[in-house]
Design a protein around this ligand. Sequence first.
Ligand SMILES: NC(=O)c1ccc[n+]([C@@H]2O[C@H](COP(=O)([O-])OP(=O)(O)OC[C@H]3O[C@@H](n4cnc5c(N)ncnc54)[C@H](OP(=O)(O)O)[C@@H]3O)[C@@H](O)[C@H]2O)c1
Length: 285
Amino acid sequence: MQLRIGVWDGAVMFDLRSKTAVVTGGGRGIGRGIARALAQAGADVVVSGRSLPPLEDAVKELEAIGVRALMVPADITSRADLDALVAAALAFGGGSIEVWVNNAGSASSSDVGPLIDMTEAQWDAVVDTNLKWTFFAAQAAARVMARGGSIINISSRSGSQPNPMTGQYGAAKAGVENLTATMAVEWGHRGIRVNAVAPGVVLTETHAAGAGSMSSPARRRRQVETIPLQRLGTVDDIGPLCVYLASDEASWTTGSVIQVTGGSRIPVGLLSYLHRVAPQEEGTA
Ligand SMILES: NC(=O)c1ccc[n+]([C@@H]2O[C@H](COP(=O)([O-])OP(=O)(O)OC[C@H]3O[C@@H](n4cnc5c(N)ncnc54)[C@H](OP(=O)(O)O)[C@@H]3O)[C@@H](O)[C@H]2O)c1
């Protein structure tokens, strides 16, 4: 891996070499892909998450690209951890943070189920991580972006469509998208841009390890059939858009929710529901 700064007509574009970026959940999955892309564009990168090994691995990879990297173990749902992450990133960035990517999130298998049976614990687990603490992390970042900056919230296609079997996840992501619009309005005068990226189905290490909604080959096949570009996403499909949103070339882009889905317009959540309720009829359980 190496720095890959874009050059157009003699001018360097999407150049993040003067910026410090924080990626929550940056050790693995989509966050790792985002951290890699930001580093390839020249940003110094802070990766955060709860488990150490992926963070250690990420720092090695980012440093090999040629940038400075720092890992900060933190649970984003803890106020103390969040404050410590901001303080460590500020020190690392020489007193400023220019880019903050709220990527930490998802729903664990124990939180999956129809709304009719949903418990308060299942609701809180998903909504706290994906909405409440995504907001407070954005707020914490905005408070220290004294010279402006770019906040990127990782939403999901689930945020703008029915999401059977993880309705609370879709509601949380819808909340993130709505807050993205409000934060963009309230913080624009501070020079802070706030945008959201809404991926479609992206295969991560979680799926490769046989967990998650895409662990069954039959489910993956049916999802691909809904995608005009005829493949599921990879973790490296999301980072390039984040590089753009982080860069000065996006200086007039805020309050946007941009979908990266391979062109799929068919509700993924509906398919998931059908996978769940009709597996025996299709013989693919
Ligand atoms: N994969 C998809 O198909 C897809 C589609 C649309 C949107 N998304 C969104 O993209 C983002 C990343 O998803 P992913 O698929 O890459 O998930 P993943 O592979 O499960 O990775 C999640 C990342 O978030 C971190 N994380 C989770 N809870 C955390 C917490 N409380 N505090 C700190 N870090 C936490 C994890 O690190 P630790 O476990 O070490 O803490 C991990 O690095 C999420 O916001 C998800 O909703 C994913």
